[in-house]
Design a protein around this ligand. Sequence first.
Ligand code: CP3
Length: 361
Amino acid sequence: MPEFAPLKNDLILRAARGEKVERPPIWVMRQAGRYLPQYHVVKGTNNFFTCCRTASIAAEITIQPIEQYDGVIDAAIIFSDILVIPQAMGMHVEILDKIGPHFPEPLREPEDLAKLNTDVDVLKELDWAFKAITETRVRLAGRVPLLGFCGGPWTLMVYMLEGGGTKLFRYAKTWLYKHPEASHKLLQQITDVAVEFLAQQVVAGAQMLQVFESWAGELGPAEFDEFSLPYLKQISSRLRARLAELGVTEHVPLTVFCRGAMWALDRVADAGYDVVSLDWTIDPAEAVRIARGRVVLQGNMDPGAIYGTDEAITRKVEAMVAGFGGGKQGYIVNLGHGTQPFFDPAKLGWFMRECVRVGSA
Ligand code: CP3
């Protein structure tokens, strides 16, 4: 393992530990990607997963937003995807241009579970991901911390059954209500891989981690409590134990994002995570009230506001930062979901600079 340079900016790590900070740290979900012209230049004709799996390309794309927003961005997130866990479990996944994720052979019947690798050798199957993290951390040279991530078990189950994006969640819901035992078996298998994948990302150089449960909002409260929350809790508790076993002595901050399930915030705040990421459907002050200081909050401007005028963005930023109590403790700036390909990079820059201005005041 190479020696990593000391961190020049550890703002997000201090904020995630709940310390008082000079201003809230800033990063944005999907900050690397299609809205940046330089992403298309580096991606060229490579397919998406080739970019993720080629350490030099993944590192370059990860660092693009750090250079674009130098001085107002406080974390890098490794360029990869949540769907690499299904790949490690033996499924074929591709990202089709303008369509999104596509599994040619999704799971459809409980018997299909037999097609999955059991006992996944995470170090071997996702070896490329660890190499990309290590190379990126070296090339960041301490400018900002590097975040690792994985998908939430329920969200990955949805993709593995539906075979791609969906509006109806027909197959995933069929499993929950017709094959609950098979559902739990699959969720458990995914969870086992997720724990090891996150732990090994830290060994490879990740300094903070996020779990994306992006389809949480498709579940009702009872189903969220049965099919999502217990596995998210398992990830946080088992990850801590696994990191200790691997000799990681520092506390690595862990974030969870249950998109669409802001009604579950009170329970999610007790799931063993340091940070809870919020979508834009909850009022910041209400989130602060519900969280009662148990976790640091991250979010949550509507990404759509980036299409607005500078003045509109400024008003949104002022309200957001004020709602989160001024931003000098217990708060990390983000959008309520990822960037969109139609974003103007200059507008996102304006958002970040306004967050620095308002959050430093
Ligand atoms: O900058 C970053 O945030 C890091 C990289 C990252 C990507 N995907 C890159 C990507 C991260 C953290 C993800 C997570 C991810 N992937 C989630 C959770 C977050 C969320 O959005 O809720 C989900 C649900 C996925 C699954 C996925 N992968 C989808 C739905 C798509 C298609 C996206 C689209 O808008 O068409 C992908 C592909 C993908 N992942 C792209 C990127 C930059 C687009 C690839 C391309 O065409 O160049």
